[in-house]
Design a protein around this ligand. Structure first.
Ligand SMILES: Nc1ncnc2c1ncn2[C@@H]1O[C@H](COP(=O)(O)OP(=O)(O)OP(=O)(O)O)[C@@H](O)[C@H]1O
Length: 313
């Protein structure tokens, strides 16, 4: 299963939800769509599953030796943005119904269901009506429903939403299992820490456009992130002096004796370290690599200031 999204544009009335977006998802990858609210993630997903069509550009899905313009239903496991199962039916009845709709036999569905109910610790509750479950547990049932029929491609619109940190970790493990089982996974998410653990590649979108794309390492390179120095001392740090150093762009004081110092893009690290060591006796001094959350915030801030400049010009 390979997906090609080529120069796809989607307009709703006055809003360009997706603007000339291109990327490719390879077989067996976990691929993440990232971006703030309204970036266009769900619009792309809705076009992939055939709920809407692009205004221009092309979607091509290659499966074995065939090509499609939307993912065929029998190959697709989909967690929609608007969740929808039957509240007055039990977990088991809901899952059996959906598995059989996808052409699974009852025996196969029950066997597959057993595995996933155990993964999400819901085995004991299989006969409870869905409406009796917490929002998080309903979400877990929805995730099982998306994969029970062993689809080739799983598309999950915000699989982590509404889940506590422990259950978010469970979803990470669930997604890793899907990859091990050979499925291709596309997900949208706001939880950068989870995406960082999982995604082989990703695109960062803003206002319908791709801002950054690639693996985490690629994104780190493209983003040209600020260099960061973590400084820890047993005595309080001379914060004003640190802020006034010409190489420093900003400083985050994390405790009286601890700060994260961000350097200007063109700054050399060695002279900064020399000055620090002349003035301070640090307990710890370390270069820090920004995580996906920080890269995301930096990329979005840069994108916003570029858009503002374009508007002024
Ligand atoms: N059916 C629609 N009619 C009109 N505008 C729409 C429609 N669907 C989406 N939009 C607009 O398109 C833009 C992109 O929305 P979309 O739902 O794709 O973003 P998203 O990245 O999935 O956001 P979120 O993280 O909030 O789910 C938004 O400005 C949204 O208001």
């Amino acid at each position: 299963m390979q997906l090609h999204i080529e120069a796809v544009t989607k307009q709703y009335a006055t809003v360009t939800a997706v603007n000339q977006v291109s990327f490719q998802i390879d077989s067996g990858e976990i691929f993440a769509l990232l971006g703030p609210n309204g970036a266009g993630k769900s619009s792309i997903i809705r076009m992939l599953v055939g709920m809407t069509k692009p205004d221009s550009g092309e979607i091509r899905i290659h499966w074995q030796d065939k090509t499609f313009n939307e993912v065929p239903r029998r190959l697709l496991g989909y967690l929609p943005e608007d969740r929808g199962l039957y509240g007055d039916k039990s977990i088991e009845k809901n899952l059996l119904f959906l598995a059989q709709l996808h052409g699974m036999s009852k025996a196969d569905a029950l066997q597959e269901m057993e595995h996933w109910l155990q993964v999400f610790e819901l085995s004991e509750r299989r006969h409870e009506d869905l409406k009796q479950l917490s929002k998080g547990n309903q979400q877990k049932v929805q995730l099982i429903a998306a994969v029970l029929h062993k689809p080739a491609l799983v598309i999950l619109d915000e699989p982590f939403s509404g889940l506590d940190p422990i259950n978010q970790e469970k979803v990470v493990e669930f997604l890793k299992q899907l990859k091990q089982n050979g499925m291709t996974v596309l997900l949208s998410a706001h939880q950068m820490a989870m995406v960082e653990k999982l995604a082989d590649r990703m695109v960062l979108m803003a206002k319908g456009e791709v801002v950054l794309a690639g693996s985490l390492a690629d994104i780190r390179q493209q983003a040209k992130p600020e260099q960061q120095i973590l400084l820890r001392s047993e005595t309080p740090l001379p914060i004003e002096w640190l802020q006034a150093l010409p190489e420093v762009s900003s400083l985050e004081q994390q405790a009286p004796g601890q700060a994260l110092i961000r350097l200007k893009a063109e700054a050399q690290v060695a002279p900064v370290l020399r000055q620090l060591l002349e003035r301070i006796e640090p307990e710890q001094i370390a270069m820090q690599t920004p995580d996906l959350h920080q890269l995301y915030l930096q990329a979005m801030a840069k994108h916003q200031s570029r858009v503002k400049l374009e508007v002024v010009a």
